[in-house]
Design a binder for this molecule. Structure first.
Ligand code: GDG
Length: 470
């Protein structure tokens, strides 16, 4: 159809996310092109996008730049503008300095700032308008994550005919914490614009339903909320990883060789591995503290065991992230300075990001994978490690506070706040016999292989498409 002179492609299936599923890459000769972003969400949704001729609405990553819709990798992409100020207030501000800490147990103090809120409302409205413009009659619109919680309601006001799904990738907090938010009612009403609100865990769905009752006086039955003469379903859909992609990666001879090379480079020491965005929710300080103390106690010797910590740069303009980086780098320096020996540092700290093949090689090389978030919606790293270990070797130490703990029952589970417990668990995992490693790995692999990210997307959309009228 033609609207206002510009051509609008209408789609039966629309995904709305803060970021588009592509990154701009600039070649040496200066020509720019797009490359599909790494990560499970994109690979899970891409096939659905293609088969349904879908449209993905999101920011393209450059502040102030206005881009026309384009096609890439079989997907129709609609860029949404963000000014530099909006990136600061809506994205770095309300999304990552307010909602992120509030939804993760207030591990860091949330910032409550009215200008940030105003920008959040403004940008959400822009996304809702973009979705309203491209959605065909009765289309399915699937909105992603905490940056866009107002979009369901805003979109419903513009387009009552479409079916709206929302998925929250991070935890949904208990009532006592959510109550702090000055705009708590607006966020809740925003989410209630959806037909289906998906969470990682059933407990998060319950938190949501309880809040609807206490804050909005909404009627409910189990996990259905009655709102505005509609039923809003709250359900859990634990996200997962692209098992197929990871299995293909670890089958590549060069990935296997690279894993061997990593082991040799580290002097055939026992390898403990952490892979995280550098984020204060990930419990990096706790795991390094525990690891360092094992040297102090004489349980580990330099040269015999090393910790490889990949810390991918993240949200570097948000103050809490700058503080965290200083704290972790100081801690690494102190532990290496105290326990390392010439040629034998005890921690290899890498503040950089790697390609998927290198990550897979690291997973294959690691004896003990250490995943100790203080709070995490799911944690895909834990599932990726399991998906990669088709040799049935290696052990996983996993925080009870990661969503993944509900499924990976055979991991060595820990409370990351309990440093003594963490030390003990690291040693138990290190000393597990190969038979025991295989027994646990087999059971965890079964879960991840049967519940991969395709199934997650399929289950969500099947529930969304089910008729569910009053
Ligand atoms: C949020 C929620 C939820 C990491 N370093 C590199 C790299 N990664 C990849 C990992 C993994 C992803 O990033 C991280 O996912 P996580 O789930 O571990 O954590 P968050 O980024 O906090 O994700 C979380 C998730 O959303 C999905 O719903 O599970 O709870 O917080 O895939 O492999 N990838 C590459 N280079 C790196 O250096 N290519």
């Amino acid at each position: 159809s033609w609207e206002g002179g510009t051509r609008v492609t209408r789609s039966e299936f629309v995904v709305v996310a803060n970021r588009l599923p592509v990154d701009r890459v600039v070649a040496e000769d200066g020509t720019a092109s797009w490359r599909r972003s790494p990560g499970g969400l994109v690979s899970a949704i891409a096939p659905v996008m293609r088969s349904r001729k879908g449209t993905w609405i999101g920011w393209h990553g450059a502040p102030d730049e206005v881009l026309e819709p384009f096609d890439e990798d079989g997907m129709h992409l609609v860029p949404v503008k963000q000014t530099a100020e909006e990136v600061e207030l809506y994205y770095e501000g309300f999304s990552n300095a307010t909602l992120w800490p509030l939804y993760h147990d207030v591990i860091a103090p949330p910032v409550y700032d009215r200008a940030m809120w105003d920008a959040y409302v403004r940008v959400n409205q822009r996304f809702a308008e973009a979705a309203a413009e491209v959605a065909a009659d009765g289309a399915i619109v699937w909105i992603q994550d905490y940056q866009l919680q107002l979009v369901p309601k805003m979109l419903r006001e513009l387009r009552p005919d479409v079916r709206i799904g929302f998925f929250l990738h991070i935890p949904f907090p208990p009532l006592e914490l959510f109550w702090q938010l000055p705009w708590r009612r607006r966020i809740l009403e925003g989410l209630l614009g959806a037909d289906l609100v998906g969470f990682q865990l059933p407990g998060a769905a319950s938190n949501f339903v309880r809040l609807c009752r206490r804050l909005l006086d909404a009627r409910y039955l189990k996990q259905d909320v009655f709102w505005d003469d509609r039923i809003v379903r709250a359900r859990a859909f634990p996200i997962s990883v692209d098992v197929h992609e990871l299995r293909k990666l670890v089958a590549r001879p060069e990935v296997r060789e690279r894993a061997e090379e990593i082991r040799t480079d580290l002097g055939d020491a026992t390898i403990f591995l952490g892979v995280d965005r550098l984020d204060y929710t990930k419990g990096i300080a706790q795991r390094l503290q525990a690891f360092g103390e094992l040297f102090e106690d004489g349980n580990l010797k330099p040269g015999q065991a090393v910790f490889v910590q990949i810390a991918t740069p993240s949200r570097e303009r948000v103050e809490q992230y700058q503080l965290l980086r200083e704290q972790i780098e100081q801690q690494v320096g102190r532990i290496n300075g105290t326990h390392g020996e010439l040629g034998f540092p005890v921690i290899h700290y890498l503040h950089t990001s790697y390609d998927r093949a290198e990550l897979a090689a690291l997973y294959l090389a690691a004896d003990v994978m250490v995943v100790t978030p203080l709070r995490d919606g799911m944690n895909l790293v834990a599932k990726e490690y399991v998906a990669c270990r088709d040799d049935m070797r290696g052990t996983l130490v996993l925080s009870e506070f990661a969503g993944a703990a509900a499924e990976l029952k055979r991991a060595y589970q820990v409370n990351p706040y309990d440093i003594d417990g963490l030390k003990e668990t690291l040693l138990t995992a290190l000393n597990a016999e190969p038979m025991e490693q295989a027994r646990r790995m087999r059971s965890m692999r079964k879960r991840v292989i049967e519940h991969d990210v395709d199934r997650w997307a399929h289950d969500f959309l099947a529930e969304l498409e089910q008729p569910h009228n009053l």
